[in-house]
Ligand binder design. Structure first.
Ligand code: HEC
Ligand code: HEC
Length: 152
C-alpha cells in the first residue's frame, strides 16, 4: 500500500481509538442521531442506554437489564444491556412499539407506544417528550436481614 494510503488508514484507526466507537460508546446519547439510515454510522432501529435511576449521570448505565420491545405486528425483541448499559439492534421493527425494562423478576412498562427507536431522544437529562428521566429500573429492594443466630 502506498504511503498516502497507509497514512490515511493510520489516521483513521487512531481517530477510531481516540473516539472510542463501538458497543460501549457514548452511553446516554441519542444513538440514532448517527446510527440511522443516511446517518454517519451503521443504522440501528432501536438503541439507547438503561439505568438504575431516572436522574443517573450518563456513564452510570446498568449492565444485564433486559429491554423488551413489542412492535406493531406483535414481534417481540429482547435486548440485554452491555457493560455501559447500552442496548441496540438493527432488526426491522414496525412502529409504534411498546417497551418494558426487566431486572430479574421486576418490570417497568412504558405507558405510551412510541414511533421512534431513539429511546434517548426523550429519556435524557433533562428529559423530553413527557419522559420522567432516563430509561431506568431501580435495584430490587434489599433482601430482608437474616434472623439473628439462635443461641445455643
Ligand atoms: C456522534 C455519532 C454517534 C453516536 C451519537 C453514537 N455512535 Fe455508535 N458509532 C459511530 C461511528 C462513527 C461508528 C463507527 C462506524 C460504524 O460502525 O458505522 C460507531 C460504531 C458503533 C458500533 C459498532 C458497529 C459495528 O458495526 O461494529 C456500535 C455497536 C455502536 N456504535 C453503538 C452505539 C450506541 C449504543 C450509541 C448510543 C448509546 C451510539 N453508538 C452512539 C457514531 C456514533
Ligand atoms: C417520544 C418520547 C419517548 C420515546 C422516544 C421513548 N419513551 Fe419511554 N417513556 C416516555 C414517556 C412519556 C414515559 C412515561 C413517563 C415515564 O415514566 O418516564 C416513558 C416511560 C418509559 C419506561 C418506564 C419508566 C422509565 O423511565 O424507565 C420505560 C422502561 C421506557 N419508557 C423505555 C423506553 C425505551 C426502551 C424506548 C426506546 C424504544 C423509549 N422508552 C422511548 C416517552 C418516550
Amino acid at each position: 500500500m502506498g504511503w498516502t494510503r497507509r497514512l490515511l488508514v493510520c489516521l483513521a484507526s487512531a481517530w477510531l481509538a481516540a473516539c472510542g466507537t463501538g458497543p460501549l460508546m457514548t452511553p446516554g446519547d441519542d444513538c440514532l442521531s448517527c446510527h440511522r439510515a443516511g446517518g454517519s454510522a451503521r443504522a440501528f432501529t432501536i438503541a439507547g442506554t438503561a439505568y438504575s435511576r431516572g436522574d443517573a449521570i450518563a456513564t452510570e448505565g446498568t449492565p444485564d437489564l433486559v429491554v423488551v420491545i413489542t412492535d406493531a405486528r406483535d414481534q417481540r425483541i429482547e435486548l440485554q444491556t452491555n457493560a455501559a448499559g447500552n442496548f441496540y439492534t438493527d432488526q426491522a421493527v414496525a412502529f409504534p412499539v411498546a417497551a418494558e425494562l426487566h431486572r430479574g423478576d421486576s418490570v417497568r412498562h412504558m405507558e405510551p407506544r412510541v414511533s421512534t427507536g431513539a429511546c434517548s431522544s426523550c429519556h435524557a437529562e433533562p428529559p423530553r417528550g413527557g419522559a420522567a428521566g432516563r430509561v431506568f429500573i431501580a435495584p430490587e429492594s434489599a433482601a430482608p436481614p437474616s434472623p439473628p443466630p439462635i443461641a445455643p
